[in-house]
Design a protein around this ligand. Structure first.
Ligand code: PLP
Length: 415
């Protein structure tokens, strides 16, 4: 973690940005809200809230099914959102962008579809020890269905994946690697590009879980060369209940559909049904079209700020918060990778995380306590949970100061 002397100058107008997020202007227990639970979900800018209102107030209609004005208009907005997502992650083609219910929905789609087609008894799937449960359990379920095996890349004491151990896991039974780009409990940024290259050298495709990555820095799926990439709308300032599955066209084309229903079909006969083309083959039933359009608006909003400014601000905020946390006696940070984002998991000796979280809540500070859906990470450190402060680009140095003040008060009350 780089040492920085004090609050640096940043090229982001944080006050202006914060005014774009109505919830950041609210009070909790009579104190101005400090929202540090962005790893769980992010707040929504005014443009996204207004967009959703506009859709329901004056445009609502089901997509892809009507010839009437409202339906055509909504279909146009939905497909525009797909193009916005394509552009956001630099996919080659909108055929490669499937809307799902979230990162979890996207991973389950691949686990089922890819698993049905390519995984058989004795095959192996590689995940890492720092995965969110969403990127473990669908693979375990696949392994149970197919009598396949799950192999796990361990991480070291700093929370970095051990690359030599990763390489040793490959053999002629390896069918897929599924790893997170950024850990939601350690903040580690994994060297996924190099890991993808290694897997491809062994002819193994790779799924990247980008649920904690896309909101912090720009992602280019062509540059990464991943085969699948997933993320959730609600963690990237968009609505909940919407997510994205990117898949290389050649991969998605070869896979069977995950769910059957309306819209994913071409011709339905009792003798035989044929399926729609990409990406609709993977979008069964009435989709969350307002969610998709709201997500498009959120991504356009991020584009208007730009990742150069976002990344620079977050890096400074990360270093500042890290250094301030280290000043608190008895505070241990879990996750000290060289490359990390502003997610801080920590414990303070003698303090229970839950008590600490409740005291901070009374001070208007929202953070998370528990396992953060990464029980294997907790098992690694032989702890039952941590306190997690996770930041977004709208967090300020003032938020970091309020966190430190709150923690010091909790120490004085509980020790
Ligand atoms: N992957 C990671 C790294 C996450 O942090 C999360 C949620 O916290 C998920 C997957 C699951 O996302 P969702 O619950 O939005 O499907």
């Amino acid at each position: 973690m780089p040492m920085i002397p004090d609050k640096p100058t940043v090229s982001i107008d944080i006050d202006l940005i914060r005014r774009n997020f109505p919830v950041l202007q609210t009070q909790v227990h009579g104190k101005p809200l400090v929202y540090l639970d962005n790893g769980a979900t992010t707040q929504k800018p005014r443009v996204v809230i207004d967009k959703l209102n506009e859709l329901y107030e004056s445009k609502n209609s089901s997509i892809h099914r009507g010839v009437h004005f409202l339906s055509e208009q909504m279909t146009g907005e939905y497909e525009h959102a797909r193009e916005t997502v394509r552009n956001f992650i630099n996919a080659r083609n909108t055929n490669e962008i499937v809307f799902t219910s979230g990162a979890t929905g996207s991973i389950n789609t691949v686990a089922f579809s890819f698993g049905e087609k390519y995984v058989k008894e004795g095959d192996e799937i590689i995940v890492s020890e720092m995965e969110h449960h969403s990127n473990i359990v669908p693979w375990q379920m696949l392994c149970a269905r197919k009598k396949a095996k799950l192999k796990v890349i361990p991480f070291d004491e700093n929370g970095e994946l051990i690359q030599n151990e990763y390489k040793l896991l490959f053999n002629d039974k390896t069918r897929l690697v599924a790893i997170t780009q950024v850990s939601n409990s350690l903040g580690t940024v994994n060297p996924v590009k190099e890991m993808i290259r290694f897997a491809h050298d062994h002819h193994v495709p790779v799924l990247i879980d980008g649920a904690q990555a896309v909101q912090h820095s720009s992602v280019d799926v062509q540059d990464l060369d991943c085969d699948f990439y997933v993320f959730s709308g609600h963690k990237v300032f968009g609505p909940t209940g919407i997510g994205v599955l990117y898949g290389k066209e050649i991969m998605l084309d070869a896979l069977p559909p995950y769910q059957g229903g309306g819209d994913m079909v071409d011709c339905v006969k009792f003798e035989k049904t044929t399926y729609n083309e990409l990406p609709f083959k993977f979008e069964a039933g009435t989709m969350n079209y307002t969610g998709a359009i709201g997500l498009g608006t959120a991504l356009e909003y991020i584009g208007s700020i730009g990742f150069d400014a976002i990344t620079q601000h977050e890096k400074s905020l990360c270093a500042y918060t890290h250094n301030k946390l280290k000043e608190i006696e008895g505070l241990d940070i879990y996750g000290n990778a060289k490359e990390k984002i502003s997610i801080f998991s920590f414990l303070i000796q003698g303090l229970h995380p839950l008590d600490t979280g409740m005291i901070l809540d009374k001070m208007g500070i929202a953070l998370r306590t528990g396992t953060h859906c990464t029980q294997p990470v907790m098992d690694h450190f032989q702890i039952t949970g941590t306190i997690r402060a996770s930041m977004a680009f709208y967090n300020s140095f003032g938020d970091a100061d309020r966190l430190i003040e709150g923690l010091k008060k909790a120490v004085s009350m509980l020790k």
